[in-house]
Design a protein around this ligand. Structure first.
Ligand SMILES: O=C([O-])CC(=O)C(=O)O
Ligand code: NI
Length: 255
C-alpha cells in the first residue's frame, strides 16, 4: 500500500521521499515524537529565486562541509570538497556555533560560503541540491543551472579570505532560537534532507543500524502517504462545510 519495498536501499528512500513535501515529512516526524518536525529554520530558497517556478522536492543524503575562521588551529582540508560530492546527495555547508546567531542574519560571516562554480560542479556530479547555513553569491548562475539552492542570505565576496574547510562529512550543529532556551539541532552526514519552497527538513537516520534494518525509519516513511491521504479527505470535507477539527479527528484517527 505504501509502495515501500521490504528491504530499503538509499536510492529507494530518496525516490520515495521525492514524492512528498517537507511538510509531509514533518507531520510524520511529529507523529514519531520529534516536536520540531526536523525543520532547519530560516533557510531561504535562492534558486529558483522565483518561488512559483520551484516544483517538487529536492531530496538527498547530507554531504556536510564545515567552514571555520582562518585563524582556527585546525589545518585546512586541501582537497576541494566539491570534487568528492556523491551523486544523490544534498550538500550542507555550515559554520561553528561561535559564528552563528539566533536572530537574523543567523551568521557572523559576511563572505559568501558558496557560489555558482560549486553548483556547476555539484550538478555535474549529480547532487540534488545545496543547503548553505550562511551566505551564497552568483545568484543568476545557480538559477541558470536550474539547480536548487537554499541559504540564510546572499553576499558578493568569496569565502577564501576569511574561512577555510576543516571538516567533510562531520556533524554540523545549528544554533536555533526555539521554544526551549539554548536549543540546537545537529545535522549528521547521511541524514535525509528534503527541501522545497517551505524550507528544509532533516530526516535523521540511525547511522549504527543501516537503513535496511531501521524499523524507526520505516515507520516514519510508512506514515507519510497515509497522512497525506487522510489530509486530502479532510480537505474535501472542509470544502463541503464540515468543521476542520472534526474532519481532522475523523480522518486522522483512521491512519
Ligand atoms: O570562488 C569561490 O570561492 C566561490 C564562488 O564564487 C563559486 O563557487 O562560484
Ligand atoms: Ni563564483
Amino acid at each position: 500500500m505504501t509502495g515501500l519495498p521490504k528491504v530499503l536501499t538509499q536510492k529507494e528512500v530518496i525516490s520515495f521521499l521525492s514524492k512528498f513535501t517537507p511538510c509531509d515529512i514533518s507531520d510524520s516526524l511529529v507523529q514519531h515524537g520529534i516536536a520540531n518536525g526536523g525543520y532547519i529554520p530560516n533557510l531561504q530558497l535562492q534558486s529558483p529565486s522565483d518561488v512559483s517556478k520551484q516544483e517538487g522536492s529536492a531530496v538527498g543524503t547530507a554531504y556536510t562541509v564545515l567552514y571555520v575562521p582562518k585563524s582556527d588551529p585546525r589545518p585546512a582540508i586541501k582537497e576541494p570538497y566539491i570534487d568528492q560530492i556523491p551523486a544523490g546527495s544534498i550538500l550542507v555547508i555550515g559554520l561553528p556555533e561561535s559564528l552563528q546567531t539566533t536572530c537574523a542574519p543567523y551568521m557572523k560571516v559576511n563572505n559568501a560560503l558558496y557560489g555558482g562554480l560549486m553548483s556547476t560542479r555539484a550538478k555535474y556530479r549529480q547532487a540534488n541540491g545545496s543547503v548553505i547555513l550562511g551566505r551564497i553569491r552568483d545568484l543568476d548562475e545557480h538559477n541558470d543551472l536550474n539547480y536548487p539552492v537554499w541559504s540564510y542570505g546572499v553576499g558578493s565576496t568569496a569565502p577564501g579570505p576569511v574561512v577555510k574547510v576543516v571538516g567533510i562529512n562531520v556533524p554540523l550543529s545549528v544554533k536555533i532560537s526555539g521554544v526551549e532556551k539554548g536549543e540546537s539541532l545537529s545535522i549528521q552526514p547521511g541524514d535525509y534532507i528534503v527541501a522545497d519552497k517551505n524550507g528544509v527538513v532533516r530526516l535523521p537516520v540511525d547511522q549504527n543500524k543501516g537503513i535496511e534494518n531501521d524499523s524507526h525509519l520505516r515507520s516514519i516513511l510508512e506514515y507519510i502517504p497515509k497522512r497525506v491521504d487522510a489530509d486530502t479527505k479532510v480537505s474535501e470535507d472542509i470544502k463541503q462545510g464540515r468543521p476542520a477539527a472534526e474532519a481532522q479527528k475523523f480522518w486522522r484517527s483512521k491512519i
